[in-house]
Design a protein around this ligand. Structure first.
Ligand code: HEC
Length: 388
């Protein structure tokens, strides 16, 4: 029923507008559907599949964007127009054309919705058709790509930039940020010294982030293959790391272009889950190897000696706030889960619980650099290696 109502309305509106003149008599865009006025029919879309929604707007879209005899976006014979309503099936063509269903999963990034008037018209000049196209893109994305976690769009300045990641995934990215040095020249943005910092409350595991280019006017570009990085990366709470290669070049990048950063995945690292995921899997090795290491005497930078468990077990408030081993004697399981937060599961040799004692991480850590193969570090490492 809904489908009928939908196409009926389109039919009516086409008849109604068939007398209007279009500005695009020669170029791509056809008068028939050009001045179609909205009828607010979005309620009719509820029961339609994305394909049905497309089929309902297909005649109007073909008329508007296909050009006379399809010379524009149907067969591309006019001005080498990109073919995104191609034969044999414009639906298959539109779905497959890169950027129509943007990789970010955000309908706002779709090239057909953001395109401005070019040789042909912009959908923005036909609000009713634009509305239906928006609904189609949104429905299509909702059915296939999940809207990916993202921050922005934000403006870019020359020099130091900070992109606040706080709102990207509540509970995971609070206080997190991305920073970079931006320079623009000849419509190219060069980002260097790209770094990511996790908030104090949680680490982050990211997968294949990319930048979306959002020009002041014109097509948004959401292309992970060109403007992104691939693979996973983990940042611990409060840690700052190079963001993948640390550099990125974005173009075209005319004045007033904004950027968005999108993550294919962004979540709490399993080891920082606090829940079941945060529990130690090698409690036995923790007790037989790590606890003896934590209770062994270690030399301090300031002179004298102490033990990991003296400071982290209550002797030093800052130390406890960082890594809480107060339960070491009474509840080793809890203490182990705390220590486990400092394991880097993507590269165990880069775990802060090993790097700090060897003097290779926090420069303010009060313990003198311990030998990598000494009993303390070896004891900790045996347990780190055993954790899964
Ligand atoms: C004299 C006190 C003291 C001793 C001994 C000590 N720590 Fe720490 N540790 C600290 C303090 C203080 C911090 C917090 C540093 C900060 O916030 O910059 C800390 C932080 C850490 C962190 C969290 C990461 C970070 O840098 O914030 C780890 C992991 C850690 N210590 C491991 C160890 C291990 C393993 C030992 C034993 C080999 C040890 N610590 C011995 C005081 C101590």
């Amino acid at each position: 029923m809904a489908a009928l109502a939908w196409s009926w309305r389109i039919g009516v509106s086409c008849v109604l507008v068939s007398t209007s003149l279009s500005l695009y008599l020669i170029a791509c865009g056809d008068d028939d559907a050009a001045a179609n006025k909205g009828d607010g029919g979005s309620d009719a879309t509820a029961a339609l599949t994305p394909e049905q929604m497309f089929r309902a707007l297909q005649p109007e879209l073909l008329a508007r964007c296909g050009g006379p005899n399809g010379v524009c976006h149907v067969n591309g014979s006019f001005n080498q127009a990109p073919v995104w309503l191609g034969n044999p099936d414009p639906y298959v063509s539109a779905k497959a054309y890169r950027g129509i269903l943007p990789a970010s999963g955000d309908p706002k990034d779709s090239i057909i919705l953001t395109q401005i008037e070019h040789t042909g018209p912009s959908l923005q000049s036909t609000p009713a058709l634009l509305g239906k196209a928006q609904e189609w893109v949104a429905a299509e994305l909702a059915a296939s790509i999940r809207k990916l976690p993202a921050a922005g769009p934000v403006p870019v300045v020359e020099g130091q930039n900070t992109i606040d990641l706080s709102k990207v995934v509540p509970g995971v990215t609070d206080g997190a940020k991305l920073t970079f040095l931006g320079t623009t020249q000849n419509n190219v943005l060069t980002m260097t010294n790209l770094k990511v910092t996790a908030g104090a409350g949680s680490g982050m595991r990211m997968d294949s982030p990319f930048f979306v280019i959002v020009p002041e006017k014109g097509k948004t570009i959401a292309d992970p293959n060109v403007n992104g990085f691939s693979g996973e990366m983990t940042v611990l709470p409060n840690e700052t790391k190079d963001f993948y290669s640390g550099t990125m070049i974005l173009l075209p990048f005319p004045a007033k272009t904004q950027i968005k950063v999108v993550f294919k995945k962004l979540e709490k690292p399993a080891s920082l889950d606090g829940g079941a995921g945060g529990e130690c899997t090698a409690l036995g090795v923790f007790q037989s190897s790590a606890i003896p290491a934590f209770t062994a005497s270690v030399p301090l930078v300031e002179g004298g000696t102490s033990t990991c468990v003296f400071c982290h077990g209550g002797g030093n408030e800052t130390a406890v706030n960082a890594m809480d081993l107060t339960a070491l004697g009474s509840d080793p399981k809890t203490a182990c889960a705390q220590a486990r937060n400092w394991i880097n599961f993507s590269d165990k040799s880069k775990s802060l619980i090993i790097l700090n004692p060897t003097g290779a991480a926090n420069p303010n850590h009060p313990v003198q650099a311990l030998p990598d193969n000494g009993p303390v570090v070896s004891g900790i490492r045996a347990w780190v290696d055993a954790e899964k």
